[in-house]
Write a protein of this length. Structure first.
Length: 661
């Protein structure tokens, strides 16, 4: 075996070991919950429940989200989610996480090849492979990236970054292919996942400028043409209802230099990661804003200095990648000033820059010391990743972490309150909601949840007041009317409930929750003509919706649906999950029981029963259901977790209460 072959084999083995280490670091994340924006793009989105909708993803951006303000054009992202739903036969967390994680591993492999190609431009050196491996390991094990890998809908960041990495690697490693434009295929796919990939020509320009010289710049024209076409397509296909932010653009952009400093610092000390920051906008040139600008100026200065020295150009390229990848979220106003999952794309370049800096600064250090330091560093970062995975495990763990690190975040306080309410801790939820009012006094979603929790505490006057205030704040928001309508129906006021639910349905044709409630009321009232019209309306919007099909059969027969015509066990299980996530635990139990009637011995339905009973503090029922789920499926880790929780809480309620003497 010649020397080059031995070195290639050694690099391959190390790369495999790195991928295995990344797998170990993320081994505790495959049952982490759906979170936040996942509900309106995944769990509440009926279009991803059938692969027959895939062509429609490319022609109708309304299929991306149930919320009009969040409907961007990301057809390939929706396609991957629909495939995961099909593969798992429903909202099986493992399959969604597995898909994201496998593509993450592919990205790491391509990063190794890209980094090696870039470093070889400086000069062929066997050490280049090891620098590339260090950069890949550092990136793969970095806790910051757990913010993207764990957040299901943010696989958009992952897949779009993968496309850019793949495109640039193909361009750099295979010059002979450039005339065929093959390197543009992954870039085009990336643009159909998430718009930040549109910066590819700028990253390509940085590569050409630093490593191939001005005479080669004409080869950029195809990439420029592609991104112009993709940008036009994005603009043409994005619905007019899309509203990424309501804050002033100038105030948002004033805060971005400081956000860039936060991102840069988080590479070295990722100790304050949070799923939802409370950093405010900046209306003027404050000292913080000035500091951020000084940081950006210093960063540009370092890039210029590194550009002037050939052997330091990989650092210039990596830092330019960092800056360019931040441009989309810095120039275009979004609803959050900063968000930690935005570091995923920029950190590709930053890891390369820092790994090469280490190579240049520590060339004479004994190899054993370098290896030991690298292993220690990567072990610490890998441990941090596992800790972040644990934070993302459930709504409660995630939002508890947010309120600790971002205590002025009203949305974070509200969501933590929702997690407490899901466990039946209504007073704790109310306390968090009221605290959130200090920071977000005109937040419709918060008013809705104040109405829900007051209703659960039988404070009907307070509940009604908050529901009405939510409607006053957002009269065109379907959720404000939907939740008020549901509460009215629960209070035995179906006529008023129908009025609110009809308004909700009219405001948003994708709001199936309000339509399902409408159909339930019509069925209870035996109003078959209205039930038929409502069911047909849903089927027009979402062809093949089995729940609506069942209601339609009921309307046409004047009684219960015929055998085989109603929802499938999977439909009922998914409905139970959505009801659980909305805090409707009694409904979740009812839907899970119906699923079991259709499919006795359905472990996932028993697990939903356990979770819902536990949230209502019905510990005996929760323990029984969880044990049955584990009996039917011994490796069902989520059911084991629910069983442990229920048994622990049951034991706690049976302990004698200590009294003062």
């Amino acid at each position: 075996m010649n020397a080059d072959l031995k070195k290639s084999a050694s690099s391959f083995i190390l790369l495999v070991l790195i991928l295995l280490a990344v797998g170990l670091a993320y081994s505790n994340h495959f049952q982490n919950s759906f979170h936040f924006d996942d509900w309106h793009t995944i769990t509440g989105n009926p279009y991803i429940r059938s692969l027959t909708n895939v062509p429609r993803f490319f022609t109708d951006a309304d299929t991306f989200s149930t919320l009009p303000a969040n409907r961007g054009y990301r057809p390939l992202l929706s396609t991957t989610l629909a495939f995961d739903y099909w593969l798992g036969g429903g909202y099986k967390l493992f399959f969604f996480h597995l898909s994201t994680f496998l593509w993450f591993l592919v990205q790491l492999v391509l990063m190794y090849f890209l980094f090696t190609a870039v470093l070889d431009r400086i000069g062929k050196d066997p050490a280049n492979r090891y620098v590339a491996l260090l950069a890949v390991a550092w990136y793969g094990l970095h806790p910051v990236n757990a913010e993207t890998v764990n957040y299901m809908i943010q696989r958009g960041d992952s897949l779009s970054t993968l496309g850019v990495v793949a495109g640039l690697w193909m361009f750099a490693a295979f010059p002979g292919w450039r005339k065929y434009g093959l390197y543009l295929i992954p870039v085009a796919m990336a643009c159909l996942v998430k718009p930040p990939a549109l910066v590819f020509p700028l990253i390509l320009l940085a590569y050409l400028w630093l490593f191939e010289g001005k005479s080669r710049w004409l080869v950029m024209l195809p990439s420029i043409g592609l991104t112009i076409a993709m940008a036009w397509l994005q603009s043409a296909m994005t619905p007019k209802t899309f509203l990424p932010a309501i804050i002033p653009g100038s105030h948002y952009r004033m805060a971005q230099p400081l956000a860039a400093f936060h991102y840069f610092g988080s590479f070295f000390l990722p100790l304050w990661l949070t799923a939802d920051t409370d950093r405010p906008v900046m209306a003027s040139l404050t000292p913080d804003a000035f500091f951020g600008m000084v940081f950006v100026a210093a960063l540009i200065g370092v890039i210029v200095l590194c550009w002037r020295k050939w052997e330091w150009r990989p650092v210039a390229f990596g830092l330019l990648w960092f800056v360019i990848a931040l441009l989309p979220t810095s120039l275009f106003t979004l609803s959050e000033v900063e968000n930690d999952h935005r570091m995923f794309f920029p950190f590709v370049g930053l890891t390369l820059a820092l790994a090469w800096t280490i190579r240049k600064w520590l060339p004479s250090m004994p190899r054993v010391y370098l290896m030991s330091a690298a292993v220690l560093l990567l072990t610490v970062y890998g441990y941090g990743t596992r800790q972040r995975n644990a934070v993302w495990h459930s709504e409660e763990t995630l939002w508890r972490d947010v309120v600790v690190k971002s205590p002025r975040n009203g949305r974070g306080l509200m969501n933590y309150g929702l997690a407490l309410m899901a466990r039946g801790e209504y007073q704790g939820a109310l306390d968090n909601f009221q605290h959130a009012l200090l920071y977000t006094p005109a937040y419709p979603a918060l008013e809705i949840n104040l109405g829900v929790v007051n209703g659960s505490l039988n404070r009907d006057d307070e509940a009604a007041r908050h529901f009405k205030r939510a409607i006053a704040l957002a009269p065109n928001d379907t959720q404000t009317h939907c939740y008020y309508g549901r509460w009215l129906n629960e209070r035995g006021r179906p006529a008023e409930a129908l009025a609110e639910l009809k308004t909700a349905a009219a405001l948003n044709s994708m709001d199936l929750d309000s339509r399902y409630q409408l159909m339930q009321i019509y069925q209870q009232q035996r109003d078959w003509s209205s039930l038929r019209a409502a069911a047909e309306d849903v089927l027009h919007v979402v062809p093949g919706d089995s729940a609506a099909a069942g209601f339609l059969v009921t309307a046409n027969t004047g009684g219960p649906a015929l055998p085989g015509a109603g929802p499938t066990p999977e439909d009922l299980l998914n409905l139970s999950m959505r009801q659980y996530q909305a805090g409707r635990f009694a409904d979740a139990i009812d839907s899970a029981k119906k699923a079991l009637q259709l499919r006795p011995g359905y472990p996932e339905a028993y697990n939903n029963l356990a979770a819902a009973h536990a949230s209502m503090r019905q510990w005996d029922d929760a323990v029984h259901a969880a044990r049955e789920a584990v009996r039917l499926k011994p490796d069902f880790q989520l059911a084991k977790n629910n069983l442990a929780w229920a048994e622990q809480e049951k034991a706690a309620t049976q302990r004698p209460i200590a009294r003062n003497r």
